[in-house]
Design a protein around this ligand. Structure first.
Ligand code: IMP
Ligand code: MG
Length: 179
C-alpha cells in the first residue's frame, strides 16, 4: 500500500546551494584526474539525470554522454533486491575512460550489477563509479563508489532526481520523509 507524501511532509536534507557547491568541487576533482583525456559518462536513468547534467557542465575534457536504464526498486520505500536491465545500449567502451554516474548507492546491488556488466562486456581503460549519495549503513555488497558527494543515513530521500513512486524528481534539493 503506497502512502501519498505531500511536499509539507518533506524535510530538507541537502539544500540546493550545497548540492551545487559539492558537485562543482567533484567536477574539478574529475578534471584533474582525467587531465584532458576523453571520457565516456554512463548515466543511470532516471534517478541520476539531475546530477549528471549539473556535473557534466563542470567537466572540461571531450565527453561522450550515455544513458542506461535499470530497475531495482518497486514503487515503495524498499529495494526489491533484483536488478533488471531495462535498456542498455552503449557504444564500444573498450579502451575508454568510463565513469558511471548514479544518484545513490543503497544496497549496492545496482552498482555491482553495472560494474560486473562493464567487466563482462568491455576492457575499459579506466572504470570509475561516482554517486551523488552514499547510504553506507544499508550496503549488502562490498561496493564502494570511487567518488561520492554526500554520505547519508538510512533514510528514504527524494528530490534532485530521486523519486517516490515516480514523483519529486524535479525538486532542486534532497528531501526526506520520516518512515
Ligand atoms: P541499490 O541497488 O539498493 O544500491 O539501489 C540503487 C537504486 O535504488 C538507486 O539508483 C535509486 O534509484 C534507488 N534508491 C535507493 N535508495 C533510495 C532513496 O532513498 N530514495 C529514492 N530512491 C532510492
Ligand atoms: Mg537509480
Amino acid at each position: 500500500m503506497i502512502k501519498m507524501i505531500t511536499e509539507s511532509d518533506l524535510k530538507v536534507l541537502i539544500p540546493e546551494d550545497e548540492l551545487q557547491h559539492r558537485i562543482k568541487l567533484l567536477g574539478e576533482e574529475l578534471n584533474k584526474f582525467y587531465n584532458g583525456e576523453e571520457l565516456y559518462v554512463i548515466s543511470v536513468l532516471k534517478g541520476s539525470v539531475m546530477f549528471t547534467v549539473d556535473l557534466v557542465k563542470h567537466l572540461k575534457m571531450p565527453l561522450n554522454m550515455n544513458f542506461i536504464r535499470l530497475s531495482s526498486y518497486g514503487s515503495g520505500f524498499t529495494s526489491t533486491g533484483k536488478v533488471n536491465a531495462v535498456d542498455i545500449s552503449l557504444p564500444d567502451l573498450n579502451d575508454k575512460n568510463v565513469l558511471i554516474v548514479e544518484d545513490i548507492i543503497d544496497t549496492g546491488l545496482t552498482a555491482k550489477f553495472l560494474i560486473d556488466f562493464m567487466h563482462l562486456n568491455f576492457k575499459t581503460k579506466t572504470l570509475k563509479f561516482c554517486s551523488l549519495l552514499d547510504k553506507k549503513e544499508t550496503r549488502k555488497t562490498e561496493i564502494q563508489p570511487d567518488y561520492h558527494c554526500f554520505e547519508i543515513g538510512n533514510q528514504f530521500v527524494v528530490g534532485y532526481g530521486l523519486d517516490y513512486d515516480g514523483f519529486y524528481r524535479n525538486l532542486p534539493y534532497i528531501g526526506y520523509v520520516e518512515v
